[in-house]
Design a protein around this ligand. Structure first.
Ligand code: WTA
Length: 648
């Protein structure tokens, strides 16, 4: 039986980098990219060592890579400090007074921290940590909104070698408790509350709930953000601002082994028990710094805005570590994109003259749904580069991003990577790579990605298969915290010596990667294996559709039938006729085989808090089951209730 994933979606539009952009870019042509890529694959250690030398090492490494599959050590014997590289390194020249972080709170407060100021704040807070008996190797939970203090807390941990685990501020007390228990954290850093759509999220209260009963946490440091009433547990809880009164700004950066743990970040994806993804110091910093520099082709005058929350890996690698290591100005916004109105993002871009915007397809589809009028109110001419991450971007969403946000002039970097990979893996380089809407294009330097069949053999052009990486790279996860055997089994057991991403993909005749979604989500309809993202993209290309999710349900004849959940654009009325129209639309876009057996209209789709559609839940609903299993990552429980009762 043919077990390969079939790919039917044909996208023929190609966008060349503009000569003006290419002229200034670090990598200014496809030929140059290909040459450097070939070299980086022939001699990866040489490539990564060259990049690593741009950073500050307190002691040089004696070996670039030690690979005892599946365990890697990068820059063996080297010593460095991530906070030193993100801060102290920039204090000698004119960057000292450059804005490191520009922040806007949801209610509208504005703050600017120069590198000099951020350095001072981090040193002082690192001394607060020490004062509270937090030291090298201790695990620290950070449960904060997207405010500068989140970056300060992360960098302060890094400065003294404490290991942070950021928990997204939208997660519940249960999630916090599980994560504390899994990593044995002894301290937590939180705020009284945070703002979301005008309301206050009671962060400290959630922490209190999480600490009821037996806990390893001995100290909670509380930042005053929202001013809401909170409980202070004597002997356990202290105020951030009070603690600062006892410390000075003198805190040398500890020289840490290159493989010293930097952070643990829990990821559940859309299925299963959360895994504590472990990242370490040297390789992670080299990976994030190198990718940041080339993929965003940073200029010193850029204002760069990645809209991710600090609670996600994108918030770690491309709000904090990558940009600060590169001496960029990173913009942070605390709140919701539709507060007070749906044009908040465009208002921000205009006001701060943001030049690089990095966001997620789920956000882009939401903006499309809200309507172009919100964008048109603002001058977005400061933008010069756009990025996308988190899901396959549907070609129509890509086109909208390109035209409406980018004014047709900004390159789009569609970056494929994972919490586990630490840094961008497959991506265009904006001055070099011709882009095709919906494709993450080509692998980054040193990344040996391939699409293979069940036996691990590389498949030919336009044949779907599994996406793997055939050799280690510096920013890769080192393990699942406390569970080396799960790490081995989950990522390295399916294809010997290779990392399995769990994603399905195909490469086209130009070698471009098209990610078709998680393998778990692949449908098998009458012996045809179809990626969910293609069916969804076909639906989103219909002018009335805002978002779509495709799932399988058991079907006696075909094995699986296709059920699609569709949200319509504002103002469109759901009718039975429209259902038929959408079925035929998928038929003409992809082929009869992909025609949905059932179309369901939904007001909203169940998503994880990082914006990924939870197909597992939809699958259960589609097959008439009650929803079971983990729903703690769900953004909005009401959505689920409504879907369950959705009529045909
Ligand atoms: C998906 C986010 C297609 C993919 C950085 C991956 C993408 C998972 C893209 C990781 C992209 C991320 N195109 N799919 N550009 N970026 N994905 O761990 O399925 O939150 O495996 O990391 O998101 O999600 P995670």
């Amino acid at each position: 039986m043919d077990t390969n994933i079939e790919s039917h979606l044909k996208e023929t539009r190609v966008f060349q980098p503009s000569p003006a952009f290419a002229k200034k870019a670090r990598i200014g042509s496809l030929t140059k990219y290909r040459r450097l890529y070939r070299e980086s694959i022939a001699h990866p250690e040489k490539f990564w060592a060259r990049e690593a030398k741009e950073l500050t090492w307190q002691k040089p490494w004696n070996k670039v890579l030690e690979w005892k599959a599946p365990f890697a050590k990068w820059f063996v014997g080297g010593r460095l400090n991530v906070a030193e590289n993100c801060l102290d390194r920039h204090l000698h020249g004119s960057r000292r007074n450059k804005a490191a972080i520009i922040w806007e709170g949801e209610p509208g407060e504005k703050r600017v921290l120069t590198y000099q100021q951020l350095h001072r704040d981090v040193c002082r807070f690192a001394n607060v940590l020490k004062r509270n008996k937090i030291g090298k190797g201790d695990r620290v939970i950070i449960y904060l909104p997207t405010i500068p203090e989140a970056a300060i807390a992360m960098l302060a941990c890094a400065r003294i070698g404490a290991v942070h685990s950021v928990v997204f501020g939208g997660f519940s007390a249960d999630s916090i408790r599980d994560r504390i228990a899994d990593c044995g954290a002894t301290a937590a850093i939180t705020a009284d509350g945070s703002y979301r759509r005008g309301a206050i999220v009671p962060l400290k209260h959630n922490v209190d709930e999480a600490l009821k009963g037996k806990t390893s946490i001995k100290r909670v440091i509380v930042f005053r953000r929202a001013g809401n009433d909170i409980h202070i547990e004597e002997g356990r809880d202290v105020w951030w601002h009070r603690e600062l009164e006892y410390v000075d700004a003198n805190c040398p950066a500890v020289a840490l082994d290159s493989e010293h743990p930097l952070y643990i970040l829990y990821t559940s994806g859309s299925t299963g028990k959360p895994k504590g993804i472990l990242h370490t110091t040297g390789g992670y910093l080299v990976g994030t710094h190198t990718t940041y520099k080339y993929v965003f082709d940073l200029r010193d005058e850029d204002i760069y805005w990645c809209t991710a929350d600090v609670g996600w890996v994108t918030g770690h690698s491309y709000v904090v570590y990558g940009p600060l290591a590169a001496g960029a100005t990173t913009f942070m916004y605390e709140g919701a994109p539709n507060w007070p109105e749906p044009d908040r993002f465009w208002r921000i871009i205009e006001e701060y003259a943001v030049s690089i915007l990095y966001t997620a397809p789920t956000a882009i589809r939401t903006f499309i749904r809200w309507g172009d009028e919100w964008v048109k109110k603002h001058d977005l001419s400061s933008l010069r580069l756009l990025g996308s991450v988190g899901e396959p971007i549907n070609p129509e969403a890509w086109m909208w991003y390109h035209k409406v946000i980018g004014g047709g002039r900004c390159p789009i970097v569609d970056t494929w990577w994972q919490t586990e990979t630490g840094a961008i893996m497959i991506t265009p380089l904006p001055g070099a790579t011709p882009t095709k809407p919906g494709s993450a294009t080509l692998p980054f330097f040193g990344i040996d990605a391939a699409v293979v069949d069940e036996k691990g053999r590389e498949v030919g052009p336009n044949v779907g298969g599994k996406l793997i990486v055939r050799r280690p790279w510096p920013s890769m996860l080192r393990s699942i915290y406390g569970d080396r055997s799960r790490y081995k089994k989950q990522y390295w057991s399916e294809f010997k010596g290779s990392y399995f991403t769990s994603d399905g993909a195909r490469r086209d005749k130009d070698g471009y990667f098209w990610i078709v979604g998680r393998i778990d989500d692949v449908l098998n309809v009458a012996g045809h294996r179809l990626g969910t993202s293609e069916i969804e993209s076909a639906l989103v290309s219909h002018p009335k559709v805002a978002e779509a999710a495709a799932v399988g349900r058991p079907d006696e004849i075909k094995g699986q039938g296709v059920v699609v959940f569709v949200t319509l654009k504002s103002g469109v009325t759901p009718t039975p006729n429209l259902k038929n129209e959408l079925r035929s639309h998928v038929g003409t876009q992809i082929g009869a085989i992909a025609k949905p057996d059932e179309v369901r209209f939904a007001e909203a789709l169940p998503k994880t808090r990082s914006g990924k559609i939870m197909r597992r839940l939809l699958k259960e609903i589609a097959s008439g089951q009650t929803v079971t299993g983990d729903t703690t990552t769900l953004e909005d429980f009401n959505v689920l209730a409504k879907l369950g009762s959705a009529e045909e």
